[in-house]
Design a binder for this molecule. Sequence first.
Ligand code: FMN
Length: 327
Amino acid sequence: MFKIGTLELKEKALLLAPMEDITDPSFRYICKHFGADLMYTEFISSDGLIRDGKKSVQKLDIFDYERPIGIQLYGHLIDAMVEATKIAEQAKPELIDINFGCPVRKIANRGAGAGMLNNIPLMIQMTEAIVKTTSLPVTVKTRLGWDAEHKNIVEIAERLQDVGIKALTIHGRTRAQMYKGEADWTLIGKVKNNSRMFIPIIGNGDITNAEEAKYAFDTWGVDAIMIGRAAVGRPWIFKEIKTYLETGEKMLPLTLPEKVDLAKQHFIRSLETKDGDRGIYEMRRHFSNYFKGLPHFREIRLKLLTSLDIEEINELLEKIRIQYSTF
Ligand SMILES: Cc1cc2nc3c(=O)[nH]c(=O)nc-3n(C[C@H](O)[C@H](O)[C@H](O)COP(=O)(O)O)c2cc1C
């Protein structure tokens, strides 16, 4: 067991990474079912929250079954981030996470997300202001540094800890790498094994199966692992890893009928939690991922990804079940 502030998590916890346009309540429902120990909202713009922007406010929707959950905020202005923290607090998450890792140009170039890796004094000042604003545990998610010449996460981690964050997630890439190359866990390990550090360290980047997760825990000693892309289309990865860590056994992959059932569950939740046709639009990426690689799938896929008729979509899912019953 380890603690993020007052929040207790199991040893070797598995976290679902925040992912814009993916980790909405319907996807979180599915990941929770497969054992994700802690999840986050998609990142929320502090400016958007303050302006009462619909998209930002909607991302505050939290359901009791998905707890514990963190609300993730980003922004480049301290005042706006402090205000946004107060608004987010009202949604009663278990923690507030600050995004200092988003590499996307329009965010980072304005100084938000990974842009803060270019201005460490501001990063520290902002973090301190947020910690002082809320009684909730504050955590940070960031990268190794701005670029290969500035991999200063060891120093950043100490300074963030000094101003009161309760856990740190490190994605093993620099901002300059975006999502290219391989995640480098050696510096994540260095932060974890720094004798000055006492807060939990969450490792992130490129974990795609149970063996890799075990290797990362064993080699780098991190308290938790956060999984992003590998959970998309394969949310059972949390169960797969847990089964392997606990028993050494490899879980059998989900059968096609099980995938159809999962897709239907996910779809129901998506319709329940999204307005109008958004519940359909936002499932398209997931349908595509759940059924990736099926032979001669083009025709059904095309219909599945263009239909706006709930009944038709459900029929298509049943058609997949029948047509691929031997998979
Ligand atoms: C589509 C997409 C959206 C993302 N959105 C966010 C986000 O909102 N907040 C955040 O901190 N990281 C975000 N990330 C980064 C992930 O949380 C994670 O750090 C990264 O994908 C590396 O982990 P992985 O190799 O397990 O995917 C996003 C990544 C992807 C691929």
